[in-house]
Write a protein that binds this ligand. Structure first.
Ligand code: 7TS
Length: 419
């Protein structure tokens, strides 16, 4: 390995210590095929620190009960923990009100909620919804379903070869028929961080609301929904060191108040008769049925964990890794990085001349290295780049320069197999 980054920060004056961070994640001690695990599939899902695992087991061990229902002590404790997590998320996103934080299953469900509730209420025949060419399927298909139902049109803002949104083209697409802009904050394939503040400004000038898909943004930087002034923000707990099955929809209170419920059932009502149901207030109106209480508790612990390290240290560490990885991978003959935006997070998608990404992933796995290969639920983006798939290494707070060295050595082995 010839590449060295002299200023690599393995610890900082503010106390960031990579070895201490790694020790928080028990799974990183795993061996795979009798080799140390090198986990570089964080955009798919992150590993969980002990604090999250403990919070979930502590819920089941000591105060498992349903929420908002019982007068008994355990139910009260469960409700308190559930609502405390909502507060943590509110603070984390800098939302004005905890009522604007809706617990859902993940980013996918958050987007479907907006499509089915806000979308069905506001989108009509001939209207338009704008997305970008770099969306995950979960920010395409719900809008296509809505457009099909309503006779509306999905329009796609183009990107350049580096994987950056063409802002002028995007702006030119906004018109009186546009009912919603739904844009990925950070691309799961390219790592591109979109200029979302500008996007919101452009759309708001024309009175168009904006949904941001933040699934890949929240783990890699601070998100301030009030500063962004976005109308909806969606993310998943499992990509930010929390459990699967839990995620967040943030919505501006006035918008959420005016939206019909997404699902009917227990907890989302104030009163029910066979003649008429009166819906509950926010946020419960959108939380029908028994929620994933353990998941919420786990997500709350994950956010506290991230706050404990400090997002600025996480970002600084990942920036170092990205710079190191970009240089190291870029030096491999025959390797092309897909996604070279100026503003990007620690995602390294690549193709190797003459070798299918699936073969890269399989051979790397034999070396204990976990990456993802395929279309990454972004088939239209693959078509934009004229490729069927990429290999993708995506980095998190616990990754190291040595692991990138292992990846580089692994890729050289892949090339030897196919030489
Ligand atoms: N939006 C983006 C940008 C994503 O990357 C993903 C998941 C989702 C939405 C959906 O999140 P979910 O938790 O509701 O499934 N992305 C990926 C990925 O890149 N590899 O596996 C899942």
């Amino acid at each position: 390995m010839s590449t060295t980054l002299t200023a690599f920060r393995t610890s900082t004056s503010s106390g960031f210590d990579i070895e201490r961070v790694r020790a928080d994640f028990p799974i990183l001690e795993q061996r795979v095929h009798d080799l140390p695990l090198v986990y570089l599939d964080n955009a798919a899902t992150t590993q969980k620190p002990r604090a999250v695992i403990d919070a979930i087991s502590n819920y089941y061990l000591s105060y498992n009960a349903n929420i908002h229902r019982g007068v008994h002590q355990l139910s009260q404790s469960a409700t308190d923990a559930y609502e405390a997590a909502r507060k943590s998320v509110q603070t984390f996103l800098n939302a004005e009100d905890a009522k604007e934080i809706i617990f859902v299953r993940g980013a996918t469900e958050a987007i479907n909620l907006v499509a089915q509730s806000y979308g069905r209420q506001h989108v009509n025949s001939g209207d338009e919804i704008i997305v970008t060419a770099m969306e995950h399927h979960s920010n395409i298909v719900p809008w296509q379903m809505l457009c099909e139902e309503k006779g509306a049109h999905l329009r796609v803002a183009p990107i350049n070869d580096a994987g950056e949104l063409l802002l002028d083209e995007f702006e030119a697409m906004l018109n009186a028929k546009t009912k919603l802009v739904a844009v990925v904050h950070t691309s799961n394939v390219l790592g591109t961080v979109n200029p979302v503040r500008r996007i919101v400004e452009m759309a708001h000038t024309k009175g168009i609301p904006v949904l941001l898909d933040g699934a890949q943004a929240v783990p890699h930087g601070g998100v301030d929904v009030r500063a962004l002034d976005c109308d909806f923000y969606a993310f998943s707990g499992h990509k930010i060191y929390g459990p699967t099955g839990i995620g967040i929809l943030y919505g501006k209170r006035a918008l959420l108040e005016a939206m019909p419920p997404y699902q009917g059932g227990g907890d989302m009502i104030r009163s029910v008769t066979f003649e008429k149901t009166i819906y509950n207030q926010l946020p419960y109106k959108f939380e029908a049925g028994t929620p994933d209480i353990a998941g919420v508790v786990g997500l709350g612990a994950a956010i506290e964990y991230v706050n404990g390290i400090g997002l600025s240290d996480i970002v600084a560490h990942e920036e170092d890794l990205l710079a190191y990885g970009t240089e190291a991978l870029g030096a491999i003959p025959g390797l092309t990085l897909i996604g070279t935006a100026k503003e990007k997070v620690s995602v390294l998608s690549f193709v190797l001349e003459g070798i299918h990404p699936h073969d890269i992933g399989t051979i790397l796995d034999r070396q204990g290295i976990a990456i993802r290969t395929g279309h990454h639920c972004a088939q239209p983006l693959m078509q934009r780049f004229g490729i069927p798939a990429t290999a993708r290494a995506s980095l998190a707070v616990y990754n190291t320069a040595q692991e990138i060295d292992a990846l580089v050595a692994g890729i050289h082995k892949v090339k030897e197999v196919f030489a």
